[in-house]
Design a binder for this molecule. Sequence first.
Ligand SMILES: [Fe+2]
Ligand SMILES: [Fe+2]
Length: 235
Amino acid sequence: MMRRSAGPESPLTPPTAFEEVFAALPLLHPTPRSWAELAAANLPEFLADHAVCEQQVAVYALSLAGYYPEDPELVDRAAALAAEEVQHFRRVVAILRKRGWPLGGRRKNPWAQALRAQIVPGREPWTKVDRLLFGAMIEARSCERFTRLLEVIENQDPEVAHLLADLGPAERRHWELFHRLAGREIDAKALAVRFQRWREFEADLARGLGISPAVHGRNLAPSWCPSPSRRHARG
Ligand SMILES: [Fe+2]
Ligand SMILES: [Fe+2]
């Protein structure tokens, strides 16, 4: 569950249910609660992986500024986003250090790698649109997973719950930013069609990944075969 910020007249803030958060995200496949239970039971591994995710999204945002230096809005937004992700990284690292848990290094993330492989360089404006929509999917799934885990962990681990309650809304803001920046490049209808392809492809991936305590899942099911053309209903 995600906490809404408390107003002075409402000290008891009602939680935002996972289903409510999910409905506002561009995701077609909800993460099962069993994933959050596994992650909660393996917090050292989850947090080590989480730290790497924050580090990598900061680097990715900066890479966008490098690809498109002629786009001042993108450069400014990407730099600000990267700075924010570095703060997220530092918060996760601080918790790991305090608990004596090891910080993870680079590792395979088949979910992110399969998504990123959909980006074809040199086909502007589509390459730029896809780079931004890839970022949107990363942020949206992160928001969803943090919300899912928060629901399970909020009564078990207040420190990690507080972290996730802060980061979930931030990642939601980030997917919206990436999506909005993509929307400057093509008309609304073309953007909707393109984004739908990303949403469906990501849902296929999320369904095919085995449950593991990593942020985005890590183990590919043996029978999984990616197919961007497959269609899935919401939920
Ligand atoms: Fe983040
Ligand atoms: Fe983010």
